[in-house]
Design a protein around this ligand. Sequence first.
Ligand code: DGL
Length: 275
Amino acid sequence: MTNPLDAQANIHQNQPIGVFDSGVGGISVLKHIHALLPNEQLIYVADSQHAPYGNKPEAFIRTRCLTIAELFMAQQVKAMVVACNTATAAVISQMRSQYDMPIIGMEPAIKPAVAASKNGKVGVLATVGTLKSAQFSTLLQSYAKDAEIYQQGCEGLVDLIERGERDGEAINALLKRFCTPLIDAGVDTIVLGCTHYPFIKAAIQQLVGNHVEVIDTGAAIAKQLQRRLGDKELLIEKSTQSLVPIMMTNGQKDVVTNVMQAMWGANIKIANADF
Ligand code: DGL
């Protein structure tokens, strides 16, 4: 039996884990975390009122993320997951310097994509904010190596997914615009660099064809969280009890809650809060 008290003072393995995104996108990551760590109490926060983050200034995104981090602190979380590539690029270093607990961020999976690609041509679908961030440039410098990386900002896609769309005309028209340059370039691997996009992975795969590998990082993030909690003896004791995540949004009640439920894939209570 592990000591319930972690090496870090005041953090206890029974405390919850905070996961957040600008909106519903992070639910794609939450699902992987819940599947891997069903006994952990997860709190998911969707900043729906301010979605999308991808076209907003970094300073604005930072303020929003720090507000949400404070909300998690009030819930006495033991770890936080920034389930958003755009937010990670804007705020992860500040959060890590401000809060003494495991803080997991997301970044486009350039390294695994370069390793997986056979022809060295990799496409990246992400928000404009992620692609123009300093963190993304560093990522490319570190891992792109000799691969040719084709970046595609996907303005407008998140707005549609926030409305619950996962296929259909509007999604397909945008996807066609964004994926055609990647197909024309001959990429054999595409990175989903935004946590909203796994919800439209089927539509993307259909458009680009099965010979193109489409990479989603949700499962890797869940494993990383498990590792980081394990290292600090902060994993909750295993039990047969699977805990339903606590879900919160500041968005318009019925509209957002319906979409969040649909993305989660089962009936789940969603609280409205002001933050
Ligand atoms: N899901 C987010 C990401 O991974 C944010 C998208 C947005 O709000 O623009 O980048």
